[in-house]
Design a protein around this ligand. Structure first.
Ligand code: 5AD
Ligand code: SF4
Length: 476
């Protein structure tokens, strides 16, 4: 067994050679038991996505590039010619998942399958991936997707290993064709990368610096989406509200929101994720003025303690953050506010954790994603002293979630009796069960004997509020 990286490298070199010569199967067969040969279907691809909406949308773009080259998408990896994993490295568990997936493809070199690793793990681990999984042929980070067609062409010409790992590009990844998976909501990247450098976060390393698309190119894509029948679009960016129009039009983010809402056929516009530092009154005023702008803002706080926020390099204090919340709560529309919170950041004391709990009382979030701090490579927080034990992080997370559950239930119960418009985007197997989303991004379940409601906007009277969703009935 190889014991160190050098040995592993030598062994994998041998395996590669052996595989090329068609010998590896026999070797492995003798040691591991007979392998069954996979017959790949030529011209097919499979892509599996981990992580955030940006990744989901990147996969849609990758699928678009492949479809444009004549490939067909398949639902299972076993017989696909190209198998791509679009990976996430925001937390350690997410990053580990990809290696367990790759473990299932040891036979790729024999069967003629091409295995590709895309996304944040690809960017972070780079060519190390070839060491850990020598049967991988393509490693392409999220900042280099514009190179993907080139890399594919190289593979098609018989290239064995291709990589796209630059992060110094100032271009964004735009494709002629994007194959969208969600038939009701079209995702649209308006800004890539991140310049914020939060002390715990790998994104600035994996996605590179901030690059905004021109407002003209965004509006053109929205018009095409509307023509294709989409009524809801969601503008994406790690820090979406840090958008800066690089063209001479110099549209502000708030102006862009309004312009997108004015595209004929568009009924709902969402955007995520907003950074508190760049969140100004003009965005709230745009939401107040334009009904098509959804009444929902995702504004991650991360911690309720100014000391911890400073250590995290979040660039705002608890008080400054709460002023933004007050601005949102004071708006003429009932804007839902959701957040992300990290517990157990290095050095977080019990009292500082309690400040996060008390911030929940004040902010009254309509939804929240919460995480235990996960040490990530290259980040400043990795080498900070006073790392919190996993068990303690887990305890804090449970306490936090329990508190938020109570807040959410109470907020949802307050909606009982109100009539809300939902875009129907789900049907349960049990006939007559439907689900939709409100402008505030709440899930509403309702029953109706009517048919073909998917994609329709319906008025629903709320009859019950639970911690995570609402129940209602159609207003005829
Ligand atoms: N550990 C835990 N959570 C993290 N997030 C980002 N980096 C980390 C990390 N190292 C969370 C933040 C961010 C969300 C997308 O993921 O809350 O807003
Ligand atoms: Fe990561 Fe902070 Fe950038 Fe968000 S703003 S992607 S948490 S560095």
């Amino acid at each position: 067994m190889p014991r160190n990286r050098q040995d592993a490298g030598a062994a994998s070199e041998w395996r590669r050679e052996a595989a090329r010569a068609g010998e590896w199967r026999e070797e492995r067969g003798a040691a591991d038991g007979a392998q069954t040969r996979v017959t790949v279907a030529p011209g097919t691809f499979y892509v599996e996505t981990f992580g955030c909406q940006m990744n989901v949308h990147d996969s849609e773009k990758v699928a678009g590039v492949l479809l444009g080259r004549g490939y067909q998408q398949v639902e299972r990896p076993e017989t696909a010619r190209l198998v791509f994993y679009n990976t996430c490295s925001i937390r350690e568990k997410a990053a580990q998942k990809v290696f367990s997936r790759l473990g299932g493809h040891r036979e790729a070199l024999n069967s003629g399958q091409i295995i590709g690793v895309l996304g944040c793990v690809a960017q972070q681990e780079g060519e190390e991936i070839f060491e850990r999984a020598p049967w991988v042929s393509l490693v392409c980070g999220s900042a280099s997707y514009r190179k993907l067609p080139e890399l594919l062409a190289e593979l098609e010409r018989g290239g064995r290993r291709v990589t796209g790992l630059d992060t110094d590009t100032d271009e964004t990844f735009e494709t002629e064709m994007t194959r969208r998976d969600n038939p009701f909501r079209a995702y649209l990247t308006i800004i890539e990368g991140c310049d914020k450098a939060c002390a715990y976060c790998v994104v600035p390393f994996t996605r590179g610096p901030e690059r905004s698309r021109t407002s003209a190119s965004i509006l053109e894509e929205v018009r095409r989406l509307a023509d294709a029948g989409y009524t809801e679009v969601q503008l994406l960016g790690q820090t979406v509200n840090s958008y800066r129009d690089p063209s001479s039009r110099r549209m502000s983010f708030a102006e862009l929101l309004v312009a997108v809402s004015e595209v004929r056929g568009i009924r709902r516009v969402r955007f995520t994720t907003s950074h508190p530092r760049d969140f100004g009154r003009d965005i709230v005023e745009a939401i107040e003025a334009v009904p098509a702008l959804c009444e929902h803002v995702h504004l991650p706080v991360q911690s309720g303690s100014t000391r911890v926020l400073r250590a995290m390099q979040r660039t705002y204090t608890r008080e400054e953050y709460l002023e933004k919340i007050a601005m949102l709560r004071g708006a003429r529309r009932a804007i839902s506010v959701t957040s992300d919170v990290i517990v157990g950041f290095p050095g977080e004391t019990e009292a500082e954790f309690e400040e996060t709990l008390s911030l929940l009382d004040e902010a009254q979030y309509d939804g929240m994603f919460s995480f235990t701090y996960s040490p990530r490579p290259n980040t400043p927080a990795l080498s900070m002293g006073d790392q919190i034990p996993e068990a303690e992080k887990g305890r804090r997370l449970a306490v936090l979630m329990e508190k938020q559950r109570g807040i959410q239930t109470a907020r949802n119960e307050r909606l009982v009796g109100k009539t809300l418009e939902v875009l129907v985007d789900g049907a349960s197997r049990r006939k007559g069960q439907w689900a939709g989303r409100t402008s505030g991004n709440r899930v509403v379940n309702f029953t109706s004997e009517r048919e073909r409601l998917l994609g329709e906007y319906m008025q629903v009277r709320i009859t019950r509020g639970g911690p995570n969703s609402l129940v209602g009935e159609l207003v005829s």
